[in-house]
Design a binder for this molecule. Structure first.
Ligand code: PLP
Ligand code: COI
Length: 339
């Protein structure tokens, strides 16, 4: 792909050659099928369109300096998609077949793997939808799982640097016992207005408090929140946030660096006392936070005094990227090498 500007890729959609699909009919999953078109026909009464029977995932593949291609913790994405499917009464797709499908779609599109030096990666997007018609609110009987890939750069412009966030109190992305723990499109539709409001106020992204009491930090746009204080990695315990695979991995790395890890309620006022903080997720990796402005109360919390990423965020980021690119030992077997 000579004509792609790898170094300046946004986090966006670039067409690639092939996608891989699998259909669920008559109570079972079929064979993997390769397509060279991004289009498909869909019934006008498909449940994904009307009642949001939809589950998706996101993961990255990397071209490493040793010439190998590695994918990060893809089995965990398979498991989380299974959890989303259970929550939306969709059929679960087996972990081993999910891994096989992800490896296949990366291999078929290997010419789109960004070079190591670019810092970009190949984003894998698995998507499952209900395709059979229903007009009453009930689950479909037929489903399609598709995986496509697209080369992506950093989620936020500027890569590893601080961003400012805005607490939006006017909207919730998910209810305490709602679908927040599932990776389903409706949560993202529900986030669009809050995101627009934050951006229009001049901030990179929106920040949510818990929907019930509006007292605690919940989700950080399309990423989890973490903070560093007193040699401790702190992250919210909540029933309305997505269980982030990247966050869980960072907790392990923080422990390995001799830090404590606390998963607990984080009152919004505690933002004043943090040494460092960041957004954490597949797309965000670690995106250190500069300031957080509460658009409701007008209070501004300055996290990074000099506007630069802090030392612990930097250390975690470098260790994590090193594991993904095969330059640091992968002691937990997080990486799948694509042969
Ligand atoms: N929170 C939300 C709402 C997300 O969309 C994502 C991205 O998948 C995350 C957190 C981070 O999860 P992960 O690290 O598994 O990508
Ligand atoms: C992620 O993969 O980290 C995301 O949050 C994906 C986002 C574009 C919905």
């Amino acid at each position: 792909m000579e004509n792609l500007d790898w170094k300046n890729l946004p986090f966006g959609y670039v067409p690639t050659k092939y996608n891989v699909r699998c259909y669920y009919r008559n109570g079972e999953w079929g064979e993997l099928e390769v397509y060279d078109t991004p289009m498909f026909n869909l019934h006008i009464a498909a449940t994904c369109l009307h009642y949001s029977q939809q589950a998706f995932e996101g993961q990255k593949a990397f071209k490493c300096p040793d010439g190998k291609v590695r994918v990060f913790r893809i089995e965990e994405n398979a498991r989380r998609m299974q959890a989303t499917c259970r929550g939306l009464i969709m059929p679960e797709f087996p972990t081993d077949r999910f891994v096989e499908m992800a490896c296949k779609v990366v291999k078929l599109n290997s010419e789109y793997l960004p070079p190591y030096e670019s810092g970009a990666s190949l984003y894998i997007r698995p998507l499952m939808i209900g395709i059979s018609p229903q007009v009453g609110v009930s689950p479909a009987t037929e489903y399609m799982l598709v995986m496509f890939v697209t080369p992506v750069g950093p989620y936020f412009k500027g890569g590893f640097s601080t961003n400012d966030y805005a607490i939006v109190r006017d909207y919730d992305r998910a209810a305490p016992l709602g679908t927040g723990t599932y990776k389903t499109g409706g949560n993202y539709a529900a986030s669009l207005l809050a995101n627009k409001m934050a951006r229009e106020a001049g901030y990179t992204c929106e920040f949510y408090l818990d929907a019930k009491e509006k007292k605690y930090i919940d989700e950080c746009g399309a990423a989890n929140f973490f903070a560093i204080k007193n040699n401790t990695y702190i992250t919210p315990k909540s029933t309305s946030i997505l269980p982030s695979i990247t966050n869980r991995s960072m907790q392990q790395l923080a422990k390995d660096m001799g830090m404590k890890v606390e998963c607990r309620d984080i009152p919004v006022e505690e933002l004043e006392t943090l040494e460092e903080a960041g957004a954490v997720g597949t797309a965000a990796v670690i995106s250190p936070i500069g300031k957080i402005k509460d658009l409701g109360t007008g209070v501004e919390y300055v996290i990074s005094k000099d506007g630069k990423p802090g030392p612990i965020c930097t250390k975690l980021y470098e260790k994590f990227r090193g594991i993904q690119y095969g330059t640091e030992p992968d002691i937990y077997n997080w990486m799948t090498v694509i042969e």
